[in-house]
Design a protein around this ligand. Structure first.
Ligand SMILES: Nc1ncnc2c1ncn2[C@@H]1O[C@H](COP(=O)(O)OP(=O)(O)OP(=O)(O)O)[C@@H](O)[C@H]1O
Ligand SMILES: [Mg+2]
Length: 254
């Protein structure tokens, strides 16, 4: 956290000079005859949010699964903080928080119990784990409901918990797969504000969406044309948009 705090305190020009948190070069994946991802290259700097926009089947999940080291790629390179990511890179995966498209929490446990369980998987114990869980509940706006079973949460609350789990270990790179699907406009806004806030603290954020208005909230970076991934890659029917988070864009979900 100190590292992200330090970045936030720096001049924006310094942040622009910072080495990318994520670099993807020439990503390619095929399922039989279907070339799902063809020569996609892009990078994300500290404090930057980068969205992959596309309809159902546009290859968004396939692309970020390769980035997160969950799917073998046919070709290409993924570097996180300059270190190569593969499906077996445990140490590099620890730099990432991955929030899957489907909510992946235990419905019979409370929100707090879910967070404590996942914190233990990250090796957090005792006071450190307790403090971090309470911090996350605050960040996702679920402190008051932390003692309720998740199956009694609304869909939007479950999505917020899903995101909170990805934040527990303070990742350098947060990867969100359609974090706002099935969420009401107010909760969607809260989730997007939270994503912008995390980026303003120096975290790099990669997310997917099929909502045009979410992409419009992001301004296209000038190093590529809409519809073409930066670096000249080709993600059929999807396009990437990125921007740096504005200063002071702090807030919490809810
Ligand atoms: N393991 C697989 N084997 C074969 N085809 C696959 C596999 N995974 C994905 N695909 C195909 O790749 C294409 C892209 O799927 P993907 O899940 O990446 O799309 P998406 O953009 O995330 O869609 P959605 O918005 O519905 O989540 C689809 O045609 C899908 O059927
Ligand atoms: Mg998907």
């Amino acid at each position: 956290m100190a590292r992200t705090g330090d970045l936030a305190a720096r001049d924006p020009a310094d942040r622009a000079m910072a080495a990318p948190v994520l670099e993807c070069r020439g990503l390619r994946e095929a399922f039989g005859d279907l070339v799902a991802v063809d020569d996609v290259s892009f990078y994300i700097s500290p404090g930057e949010t980068y969205g992959l926009l596309g309809p159902n089947g546009a290859r968004k999940t396939t692309t970020i699964s390769m980035v997160a080291g969950l799917l073998e790629r046919e070709a290409g390179q993924v570097l996180v903080d300059g270190k190569p990511m593969t499906t077996t890179s445990v140490g590099v995966k620890a730099l990432c928080g991955y929030v899957p498209q489907e909510v992946a929490v235990y419905p019979d446990l409370t929100g707090r119990e879910n967070l404590r369980f996942f914190a233990s998987l990250y090796g957090m114990r005792g006071t450190r784990a307790h403090r971090r869980v309470e911090e996350i509940l605050d960040t996702i706006g679920l402190t008051a409901r932390g003692g309720d079973q998740v199956k009694k949460y609304s869909g939007g609350m479950q999505r917020r918990l899903n995101i909170g789990i990805g934040l527990l270990h303070r990742p350098r790179l947060l990867i969100l797969d359609e974090p706002t699907v099935g969420v009401d406009p107010q909760s969607r806004n809260a989730i997007l504000e939270s994503v912008e806030s995390l980026a303003s603290e120096g975290m790099a954020v990669l997310y997917t969406t099929h909502y045009m208005e979410e992409a419009q909230r992001l301004r296209p970076r000038r190093d590529h044309r809409p519809g073409q991934a930066p670096g000249g890659g080709h993600l059929p029917r999807a396009c990437g948009h990125g921007r740096r988070a504005g200063p002071g864009a702090r807030g919490c979900l809810g």
